[in-house]
Design a protein around this ligand. Structure first.
Ligand code: ZN
Length: 250
């Protein structure tokens, strides 16, 4: 079973199309999304509508939640707040209903061929919507918070893999195109990076394939026409720093 994984699309349709075309060539058996469909980018409705029929499972992200609510956004930075206010104004009923129905945590227990013990959350197992798993110490709390073999998380926009083996937690990088073998007996928290707003210095869109046969996790980086997304953001009046950061991957 090969599971295509996307996360943090952030309303970037050009990045999403590039990733979907790449994943199509990998021929996954199913596709899952780890949240933050919207926020920051210029195409929230189109991204939700494009992904919706393709997904076997998905979870809600903190930007999805903020876009659905009308409560204050002051826990976000100013540019993110501006983008959330804009997203609230343009989000249509269909995408809004889809995002509202997303769970905070999902598994694939309806599919016995999928990896048992696989969990999906946006942030962490401890705080599914908004905790960033940035290091081994924070990852340890998530390993303790729930029983799982592999947890897929997003939210940081940094590809990473955290391994718990013999009660020790280590942090490892994920290199594009290099299948990372998952060792039986160890537990994993894996972040596939961000489709629509990478922040690890590589502006290319990120996605992953989890192959339960290996089992292996393989990260991919996919170029997309960044200038086209930037042009749309400019036309929508979205904040300039959000436009500029796409080309930097920061
Ligand atoms: Zn995000």
């Amino acid at each position: 079973m090969r599971i295509g994984v996307v996360s943090d699309v952030h309303a970037n349709l050009e990045a999403l199309e590039a990733v979907l075309a790449h994943l199509d060539r990998q021929a996954p058996d199913m596709l899952v999304c780890l949240g933050d469909f919207v926020g920051y980018g210029p195409d929230p409705n189109a991204c939700v509508e494009r992904l919706r029929p393709l997904l076997r499972a998905a979870v809600m992200g903190n930007h999805d939640q903020a876009a659905l609510s009308d409560s204050p956004t002051d826990h976000f930075n100013l540019f993110a707040q501006e983008a959330i206010v804009w997203t609230r104004q343009v989000l249509k009923d269909g995408p809004r209903a889809f995002l509202s129905a997303l769970p905070r945590r999902a598994d694939l227990t309806d599919n016995p061929a999928a990896l048992p013990g696989l969990l999906l959350v946006h942030g962490s197992l401890r705080r599914p919507l908004d905790e960033y798993i940035l290091d081994g110490r924070i990852a340890r709390a998530s390993f303790l918070a729930a029983p799982f073999e592999v947890a897929l998380v997003g939210h940081t926009h940094h590809p990473a893999i955290f391994v718990e083996s013999k009660r020790r937690v280590s942090t490892q990088g994920l290199l594009p195109e290099v299948p990372r073998v998952l060792t039986p007996g160890a537990r994993y928290i894996i972040n596939p990076g961000s489709v629509g707003q990478p922040r690890d210095g590589d502006p290319r869109a990120a996605c992953m394939v989890l192959d339960t046969e290996g089992p292996t996790a393989t990260l991919f980086r996919v170029p997309y026409p960044i200038e086209e997304t930037q042009r749309k953001m400019d036309a929508a009046g979205l904040p300039v720093p959000l436009i500029e950061r796409l080309a930097l991957g920061r």
